[in-house]
Design a protein around this ligand. Structure first.
Ligand code: PLP
Length: 450
């Protein structure tokens, strides 16, 4: 056996600022490294472990399935776990969205949404429609199709010549605006960018609009005003454009509803879920589509798209147990309740630390952003590398949070605080204690005002 400290670089593809210790085990909201140090998972990994780690029910369901079979190919067998998970998922969706296409993660889910939308246009005499408008900043995944709709320069630029980069409109970053408008008026203004872009592109060429209802890592849990949702839904209907909700991060209860779309009765035409849907137990995601879209495609030969591991029985057995755990233990409601408390606690930090410029999010999809001063909301000096330095302070103290550059992925620093939906009051206290100590230490080392 290798020593825990031995350095093996054969699997590295990133220039990480710091090598991390090897994981030993995980349980509930905690993980332990091979040296026995304990970490509170304040970001559920990458907003994945919604029901916490090593959940006994899910592990038992997986073991039971493993004893029966771990793989059966779609063309040779149907399988019970996939059928049961599809029915249960459909029962949690808005009316009409009852077709579930299983995949192995978020990027595959998004890729499937884009291709289903296009094939629908193709088989219904709308071949001129192929453009998918998206937001800037946004993140929709790493495959080439998902990169074409992603609004983060660093993830798109090297691949630009290989893809057809899709039109972008600004995300509703209303908190940065200094224009005398109300929050709701700003929401309408940002939604109108969609109409303008559709007109500019030519409505007959636009296929869909894709968006994360609550922003993920690209914006740091940005929540658009209510008016934005009402208006973009109207605009999509007016122009007969499909609305695709990327609920890869927001889905499976993270925002305090099973889908974030429910907060605004959004009724998208196609939805992508992943992350919390498999909750870290199996590579699992799904595209959920409206009956009318899938029927039209089935009438014309079926979906020209698929993956070998789609509907894998082991992954689906895990997903089914994850959903049962979420529903029976009312974890979605817990995300709403604990999220409200955590949000208040994070907002209270603003009284102590003038360099916290904004606290935002919904449910347990929360983030705070650091700024030079609260009036201008200018980002901190990029040389401080706050997004790395504060995460490291927290990590040293046994707290994991997730950070990114916030303004288009280029400058600014935001921190996602998104613990598992199982988090208790005592664990919230512990999280806040560790976070406050980390912010204090970071501010001192960076010479920020206290
Ligand atoms: C909103 C959103 N969409 C898509 C993806 C891609 O998911 P995956 O990394 O599972 O391929 C992510 C991943 O972070 C995401 O946050």
């Amino acid at each position: 056996m290798r020593q825990a400290e031995e350095i093996n670089e054969s699997h590295l593809f990133y220039q990480e600022a710091t090598r991390r210790p090897r994981l030993d085990r995980a349980e509930g909201i905690y993980l332990w490294d091979v040296h026995g140090k304990r970490y509170l998972d304040g970001s559920s990994g990458a907003m994945v472990s919604n029901i916490g780690h090593s959940n006994p029910r899910v592990l038992a369901a997986m073991k039971q399935q493993m004893d029966k079979s771990t793989f059966a190919y779609r063309l040779h067998f149907e399988n019970g776990p996939a059928e049961d998970l599809a029915s249960m998922t459909a029962s949690l969706m808005p009316p009409g969205l009852n077709r579930i296409f299983f995949v192995s993660g978020g990027s595959e889910a998004i890729e499937s949404c884009l291709k289903l939308a296009r094939q629908y246009a193709f088989v219904t005499g709308q071949e001129s429609r192929w453009k998918v408008i998206s937001l800037y900043p946004s993140y929709h995944g790493s495959t080439l199709g998902a990169s074409a709709v992603t609004g983060m320069q660093q993830f798109v630029e090297p691949f630009r010549d290989m893809i057809r980069v899709m039109p972008k409109i600004p995300a509703a970053t209303c908190y940065l605006d200094r224009d005398g408008l109300s929050h709701e008026e700003r929401g309408e203004r940002y939604a109108e960018y969609l109409r303008e872009e559709i007109e500019r592109q030519g409505p007959e060429t636009v296929l869909a609009f894709i968006m994360e209802p609550v922003g993920g890592a690209s914006t740091g849990a940005l929540v658009p005003p209510d008016s934005w949702f009402t208006r973009i839904r109207e605009i999509c209907r007016e122009y007969n454009i499909l609305l695709i909700a990327d609920e890869v991060m927001t889905g499976a209860g993270r925002t305090g509803r099973f889908l974030a779309s429910e907060w605004w009765d959004l009724e998208p035409d196609i939805i992508a879920v992943a992350k919390g849907f498999g909750a870290g137990y199996a590579p699992l995601g799904a595209m959920v589509a409206h009956e009318r879209i899938v029927s039209a495609i089935l009438d014309n030969g079926g979906f020209a798209h698929g993956y070998t591991y789609a509907g894998n029985p082991l992954a689906c057995a895990a997903g089914l147990a994850v959903l049962q755990e979420l529903l029976e233990n009312k974890l979605v409601e817990n995300a709403d309740r604990q999220g409200r408390k955590l949000r208040v606690r994070l907002t209270e930090l603003m009284d102590r630390y003038p360099f916290i410029g904004d606290v935002r999010g919904k449910g347990l999809l929360l983030a705070f952003e650091l700024v030079r001063d609260r009036d201008s909301l200018q980002p901190l000096d990029p040389g401080l590398n706050a997004h790395l330095a504060l995460v490291d302070e927290a990590y040293r103290r046994g707290l994991i949070i997730y950070s990114r550059r916030t303004r288009g992925g280029l400058v600014g620093d935001h921190f996602m605080v998104c613990p598992p939906l199982t988090i208790t009051d005592a664990q919230l206290d512990e999280l806040m204690e560790l976070l406050t100590a980390s912010i204090e230490a970071f501010a001192k080392s960076a010479g920020l005002p206290l």
